[in-house]
Write a protein that binds this ligand. Structure first.
Ligand code: KG4
Ligand code: ZN
Length: 337
């Protein structure tokens, strides 16, 4: 089969990214322009600012991705772009740009689900990985346990009923005055703390689902901080970080392993920004080793929002005949599957 070269475009949140990927799995370039330093001072992503920054960055980012891959637009076969879920204004920048580029170059357009993109990051990292497998997708916006039946068929086995895992990290970090984004800061700070010092709640639903809930945990940590402050007692920040992080990870790992057991699947992958968490990676690796399962996770640069994963997903969508036309729109609440 002829090589297929895909240009991926991602703009669903606060990263403008473009990548060139060959045959779905070979990354020729992956340029990420992060807006984190701009949003930091507001303690989170400001949607209007994010859209404006995407408008400024998209042309230089795409040009850089082509240059680094040593390709021109003539060499591109498919343009893959994130169509949702995400911030509507941010998504529209990528979708409009990709549609215009597809129209002017007559290249095939493929709209991609961002969550499927995160799952696909594992294909870029692990050339041997093939479905079926169970994937835990945990980021600032979503927390899903997904049964990846084949490259295009996904079944959600569990998901958050309130906050996403990354959102919980970000909120606790803010409450402790540690900064944004909270995940990497808490990950680091927790290394100096005792994960069993404070007993925070772990929610497991008794209705047969593998859903998550992190809002009770978040409230419990906030109550702890407030009570200590009112009593004028010192807060041991590393202990709070470690105990909170342990509570999140216990639930994520337990539910995911239970899904693997029920589906009789011995391959587990993790994806999304929170998949960079050092304790989450270590815990999955240790547990999978004990059970004789194979464990997969991408390098941190492929865990965060990036366009290489979108190009990979576009490749498998294209092979399945899922091609978009110029009616393609931004779908902020797009569901998986
Ligand atoms: O996938 P991502 O870059 O963007 C979304 O699609 O949301 O994920 C960002 C989220 C943030 O909430 C951030 O705090 C979290 O991932 N995160 C982490 C770590 N690195 C990033 N959470 C825990 N530990 C980390 N090391
Ligand atoms: Zn994401």
């Amino acid at each position: 089969m002829k090589d297929l070269v895909i240009l991926g475009i991602e703009s669903s949140c606060d990263e403008t990214s473009a990548a060139v990927v060959k045959n779905g799995r070979e990354v020729l370039s992956n340029v990420i322009s992060s807006q984190i330093n701009i949003h930091k001072k507001y303690g989170g992503v400001v949607p209007e600012i994010a859209s404006r920054k995407h408008v400024e960055s998209i042309v230089p980012v795409v040009s850089k991705a082509l240059l680094e891959a040593n390709k021109t637009l003539d060499d591109i076969d498919i343009i893959g772009v994130t169509k949702g879920p995400g911030l509507v204004g941010a998504l529209l920048v990528g979708v409009s740009f990709a549609k215009a580029l597809s129209f002017s170059t007559k290249k095939t357009l493929v709209g991609v689900n961002h969550i499927e993109g995160h799952i696909c990051a594992n294909y870029l990292q692990h050339k041997d990985l093939e479905p079926p497998f169970i994937c835990l997708v945990v980021s600032g916006g979503h927390s899903h346990i997904v049964y990846v039946k084949d490259y295009n068929t996904f079944e959600i086995l569990g998901q958050t009923r309130d906050d996403a895992a990354g959102e919980a990290f970000d909120k606790i970090s803010r409450a402790l005055g540690l900064g944004y984004p909270g995940g990497p800061i808490i990950d680091k700070c927790a290394r100096d703390g005792n994960p069993h010092k404070i007993e925070f709640p772990r929610v497991h639903f008794k209705d047969g689902t593998f859903d998550f809930s992190f809002s009770g945990l978040k409230t419990s940590v906030l109550n702890y901080i407030n009570t200590m402050t009112q009593k004028n007692e010192p807060i041991n920040v590393p202990d709070v970080c470690a105990s909170f992080q342990q509570a999140v990870i216990d639930v994520l790992v337990k539910n995911t392993l239970e899904c693997a057991r029920i589906k009789k699947i011995s391959k587990i992958a993790i994806a999304g920004g929170v998949a960079s968490n050092s304790l989450l990676r270590k815990t999955f690796l240790d547990e999978c080793n004990k059970l004789g399962y194979k464990c997969y996770y991408p390098n941190p640069i492929l865990c965060t929002d990036n366009a290489a994963m979108i190009a990979c997903s576009a490749y498998y969508e294209y092979l399945n005949g899922n091609i978009s036309d110029f009616n393609l729109d931004a779908y902020p609440s797009l569901k998986l599957g």
